[in-house]
Design a protein around this ligand. Structure first.
Ligand code: ZN
Length: 435
């Protein structure tokens, strides 16, 4: 499909063709709470679906069934595979892979990739009711916007001046190109003493714009730490003896689009003739462009023109290099209920069994499936491969949420996600001092 026709399709999406489908669901979502979560609220441990080999994804059991459907030009598909290599090939084809099951890959294709898929030998079925029709993302207003995220970080720094400092670690693409004024903000949490002499840990959220819960978990972690300092002896000791850095939003430009209900993954780099945005989690400079990423700017897995071509990944790179005390990095993504570790670019094993042991423990604590990233599918230029590959920082990715949650679950689901991820985050902060 030509660029002009997909633009046409996008205009239609904004028009009156949007149709609303029934809201009766069996997903068991609780009504939204009146206020945002308290970091200490305890959710029932209701483990999410562990998909069996015979799980058959359909429109009816997807998050799409209770979303508004619009003509986005994107089609949600399930593609059969028999060989794991085919999953990596789908990434290279430009498919936006969301979830890998024992027999199927689920994800989204634009019109161009849909044509390529039809020409491939792969068998596939639609999850979308028809080509070009997919779910409109919801932005439940209880999720933090970029502005609200910054306001909350400033508020924490002001309320806890002895413990928390806010640092601007770099610009977004739109700021670097004089189109907007957004920065990547990190909050440092540490007690008395020289922070650079303490073991450090870094938590990152929201490399991918639409993955809304990945902003909330870092913010809840900040609140949990600061509000319990001086009350909970374990937390007090961890804050006193660690250098904790939490950066809830790596991709503010993209997040602005997600706040408008767009199904947006990448940053918003508009310097390409066709397509827009670079996949920030394919742009890191370790084994960049060695498989599982796309060279097409129209693709959701576009790796950019060069390693670290984007201001956002440059900011993370320069920040991480400037803190040689960092021992552990955790990057939050959604969805799939997974714990992942390096390598992503190859199925070869890391030489360090300890990194894998910690990953397995994270799996036990969250209830998510722990595995090497490349065992899901090969992807190069990812954050973890660079932080581990260049700096030997123990690096992990958490994929939060299930096929029923998608990228934009109601905010009421955050309570469950926090209950799953809080013990794992506290375990990592502890482990940073034991490596
Ligand atoms: Zn992601």
């Amino acid at each position: 499909m030509s660029q002009s026709r997909s633009t046409w399709a996008r205009r239609l999406a904004l028009g009156s063709l949007a149709l609303l489908i029934g809201c009766a669901t069996q997903t068991g979502f609780a009504p939204n709470p009146a206020t945002r979560l308290n970091a200490n609220s305890v959710a029932p441990q209701n483990k999410l679906a562990n998909y069996r080999a015979d799980f058959n994804p359909t429109f009816q059991n997807s998050f799409m069934q209770n979303r508004q459907l619009v003509r986005t030009g994107y089609t949600t598909v399930k593609v059969n595979y028999t060989n794991p290599l085919q999953v990596s090939q789908l990434n290279e084809l430009g498919m936006d892979v969301w979830m890998v099951l024992p027999r199927y890959v689920l994800g989204q294709v634009n019109a161009e990739v849909f044509e390529r898929l039809k020409q491939s030998r792969l068998q596939f079925e639609l999850i979308s009711p028809e080509p070009g029709l997919s779910a409109k993302n919801n932005f439940d207003p209880q999720y933090h916007t970029y502005d609200e995220t910054i306001a909350e970080l400033r508020d924490f720094a002001a309320r806890y001046p002895q413990l928390a400092k806010l640092k601007d670690v770099g610009d977004t693409w739109e700021k670097a190109n004089n189109k907007a004024n957004r920065d990547l903000w990190a909050l440092q949490i540490t007690g008395p003493g020289e922070a650079t002499q303490k073991p450090g840990i870094l938590f990152l959220g929201n490399h991918h714009a639409r993955e809304l819960v990945t902003v909330e978990i870092p913010l809840l972690l900040i609140r949990h730490l600061l509000e319990n300092y001086g009350k909970d002896p374990q937390i007090t000791e961890l804050i006193n003896n660690r250098d904790i850095w939490i950066l809830p939003m790596v991709n503010p430009d993209g997040h602005i689009l997600a706040e408008q209900g767009q199904n947006w993954r990448k940053n918003t780099n508009s310097s390409f003739q066709r397509g827009r945005g670079v996949d920030l989690n394919r742009n890191y400079g370790y084994k960049w462009n060695t498989g599982g990423s796309s060279s097409s700017p129209t693709s959701d897995t576009f790796h950019g023109g060069a390693p670290f071509s984007e201001p956002e990944t440059q900011a993370i790179r320069d920040f991480v290099r400037s803190r040689p005390n960092l021992k552990i990095m955790m990057s939050y993504h959604s969805f799939s209920n997974l714990i992942l570790w390096p390598w992503g670019y190859t199925t070869n094993r890391v030489p360090d069994k300890r990194l894998i042991d910690i990953g397995n423990e994270l799996g036990r604590l969250t209830g998510y499936k722990p595995q090497q990233a490349a065992d899901l599918y090969v992807a190069s230029g990812i954050t973890d491969d660079w932080t581990y590959g260049e700096l030997k920082i123990y690096s992990y990715t958490t994929e939060i949420g299930s096929w029923g949650d998608g990228f934009d679950p109601p905010y009421s689901r955050v309570q469950q996600f926090w209950a799953e991820n809080r013990p794992a985050a506290m375990y990592l902060i502890d482990m940073a001092g034991k490596l």
